[in-house]
Each structure stands twice: as structure tokens, then as C-alpha cells.
Design a protein around this ligand. Sequence first.
Ligand SMILES: [Zn+2]
Length: 283
Amino acid sequence: MKVFYTPRQSVRDNESFSPSAGKPAAFVEAALRGFPGQIEIIDNFRGVSPKGIALAHHPERVRRVLACEENNGFGNRKPSVAASLPWTIGSLYAAARAAVREGGATCSPTSGFHHSSYASGGGFCTFNGLVVAALLLKLEGLVDKVAIVDFDIHYGNGTDNIIGIKRLSWLTNHSLGGFATELRGDKDIEAWLAGLPGELDRVAGKSDLVLYQAGADPHIDDPLGGLLSSDQMRRRDRAVFRWARARAKPLTWNLAGGYQEPIAKVLALHLATVEECLAAYES
Ligand SMILES: [Zn+2]
């Protein structure tokens, strides 16, 4: 499995409740250790330019955040966070581009996208790399339709905001956070998991690319989540990967949220996603 990672996309010193900024490095280290010989690190991609980021955002906000004149999505102005932003988006874009061109599934160890709206950030999200990556691929003529399948536990409000403002009818956003409250208990959850292939056909069947936010925060023990057991999390991922493989649908997945402490618990959930991805694409 190709993982698009450069140390430039990870931040060591971001003191925040969210561990997201430092997760790329921690995830890659854990994945290489946990799945020796099965992870291929790709680091020959570029950071996305301010102009590229401004395809989805107010250009002045992009300039000010990158210049540390305005708060990032963590609510601080740390230069280390600002410096990482072109590279987190670059990772997702490069991973998605490779999936489209080569087929199969790729991984971008990134978080912090879906709460970022056209003109503002928040909820540990600064810029919306999901929308930027989709827009860049669309401009290149590599995709016609893109589907965001967002199974983080929180609603991707920023994604919908940009889709609305920019009138991106070719880009769809299917967010678990938008309907998670309808899943009341195990019976509903099991029915949801069983129905996932049909649901994915409906929301992503016509797309040329799926951007899958495999958030760890729907886990039952997550302080900001609290829905799915570890086994149900695995079956969520399994259903998505098996569906994409069966439909020959290019897919890129990223880490998104996860707030359990210590961070080892979050990483264990992300590694379970790796395992399910590897298993689904084993030939
Ligand atoms: Zn979340």
C-alpha cells in the first residue's frame, strides 16, 4: 500500500487537545513497524501552492494563515503548523492522483480538513484538503466526478460549505456526522454496516474517485465520538475497501479524527484500517 508521506506534513510542537498535527509521523512509524514490507512510502510530491489552496478558500485567508497573521484551525498561529499545511494537502492530492492514475487504494496520513469552510477554519481543521485535492484533479482533467465518503464521526460542515459556495455539483459529500444520531444502538449500527455496499453505490457509484475519511473518532471510547465498537470500526473499513475493490473504484483514505489517550489507542484504530485495506486488495 502506497502511503504519501514527508516529514514536512507532520508537526511536533503543536500543543492542542487534538493530536492530529503530529499524527502523520506517528502513524507512519507505527505502520512501518506493524506491516513490514507492505507499506511503500512515497515522498516525491510537492506542497500545494497558496494559489492551489485558494481554489477552495478565500485567498486573503489563505495568505494570512500561511503568514501566521490569522489563527489556524487549532486556534493558534504556530509557524510549524502553517508550514505543514501545503504538505498535508499535497499528500492527499498526490495520493488521490496516484489512485486515479494507477487504480486501487492509496493512503494519505493526514487529518484536519472537513470543518474548514471557504472563509474560516475550526475544529482542528485549517484548510479543506479534500476539496482542494478534488478541485486540482478536476482542473487537470483526471476526474469528472469525485465522492467524499466521510466516516469521521463529525459532520463535514466545511466541505458542504465550499461545495455550496463554489457550486461544485460534481463533488459530493456523504458524512456520517450528518446521520449518526439516527443510529440508536447496535441494531441500527448493524443494519447500517450491512447496507453499506448499497449506500456506497448510491452516494459514490458514479464517481471516478472516492476520498475516504477513515476517522478513528466514531470509536465507542472516543471522548468526542462514541458509536462503534472496535469490531464495527473494522467492518466499516472492510465494507468500504471491498466495495471500492469490487467496483474498481480508485480510492484514497486518510486518518481524520481520533482523540483517545494515549495516542497509541488512536494509532491502533488507524492500523486496523491499514490491515483491512491490505486484506481487501490482496489478490
Ligand atoms: Zn471528527
